[in-house]
Ligand binder design. Structure first.
Ligand SMILES: [Mn+2]
Length: 321
């Protein structure tokens, strides 16, 4: 059984109340900046936000933005131990506040990438696209990074931090590289296939070393989505519900009810194989009429639609038994 959740701002506004009106109780906090240019959470920030959320009946269920992992940690470079200590203290703080899941990623240098954000979809709504032929240039800050650097960095990181996560009671969910390509703009990537996830899970065998199942990325990998959900099962700690049309070279995002993946079969797989306390949020929704597309994928109306659709799918799965 999975619960629909929403990305909410880290300060209260009407979206907190829209969530409650939709019957959503689980908040996913995903800011890129906490305020005044700061990007790192203190214990007081986290506790204050948790108190604020609980006042309106929301759980602080997942933290996925401003998670302190540096590229020197990801690439195993000089100085990583000091940065890993920062992450360990961050995990302990999350545990003290009672945040059960932290979502992180292993994308060095180039973050999630799209080559277009004004692709027309149903009724003149906008979705994003990726086309590898439209990507240009490499970042200047990552000379000579290799796949092996990333693997070694991730292995070292997980051996250091998973015991701390276990002690703190905070589960980790590794988000796929988006798009899931072996390299992007000359920077290597490793979180790009079901097989590579198996390797990640084997590095440290613990439910605290888990997956953020960002469904659209698994679709872009060419994976059988329901089969992958069953395969990872109780190692899935968080879900991003979305779909794409295409593959890792070229895709467009779709409305949740209008993509190629069998979303009912996916929901059935989550209900059967994933732990009860896992939350699922809509990811990358279409921009709808009246919205300015200044933050593609993250406007409000498409999320309201997605939550209704997710709840309907879940009800169908439960009715089918
Ligand atoms: Mn995602």
């Amino acid at each position: 059984m999975v619960s629909p959740a929403l990305v909410l701002p880290h300060e209260p506004d009407e979206r907190w109340h829209l969530a409650r009106q939709l019957g959503v109780e689980d908040a996913v906090i995903h800011p890129l900046e906490i305020g005044n240019g700061r990007t790192q959470w203190t214990y007081d920030d986290l506790q204050g936000l948790s108190n604020w959320l609980s006042e309106v009946g929301l759980n602080f269920s997942v933290l996925e933005g401003s998670v302190p992992i540096s590229d020197r940690v990801r690439l195993g470079r000089e100085g990583r131990d000091a940065d890993i200590e920062v992450f360990k203290q961050f995990l302990r703080n999350c545990g003290e506040v009672g945040i059960p899941v932290v979502c992180y990623d292993w994308m060095a240098g180039v973050r999630w990438a799209r080559t277009g954000a004004h692709v027309e979809a149903r009724g003149g709504s906008y979705v994003t696209e990726f086309d590898v032929d439209k990507t240009r240039g490499g970042p200047e800050t990552l000379p000579d990074a290799t796949h092996e650097d990333l693997w070694e960095g991730l292995e070292y990181f997980l051996r250091e931090v998973v015991p701390v996560a276990e002690a703190a009671g905070v589960k980790l969910g590794l988000h796929p590289d988006d798009p899931p390509r072996a390299s992007l703009r000359d920077v290597p990537r490793i979180v790009t296939s079901v097989e590579n996830y198996e390797r990640v899970l084997d590095i440290y065998d613990s439910e605290y070393n888990g997956v953020t199942f960002c469904q659209g990325n698994f679709a872009a990998m060419g994976a059988d989505v329901p089969a992958a959900i069953e395969r990872f099962g109780d190692r899935i700690n968080f879900v991003h519900f979305r779909d794409v049309e295409g593959d890792a070279d070229r895709f467009v995002e779709t409305w949740h009810d209008d993509g190629p993946t069998d979303m009912l079969a996916a929901m059935r797989a989550y209900e059967r194989h994933v732990d009860d306390d896992v939350v699922m949020r809509p990811d990358h929704v279409p921009t709808m009429a009246g919205e300015d597309n200044s933050n593609p994928g993250y406007h409000t109306n498409g999320r309201l639609f997605a939550i209704g659709y997710m709840r309907g799918l879940r009800e169908q799965v439960r009715t089918d038994g």
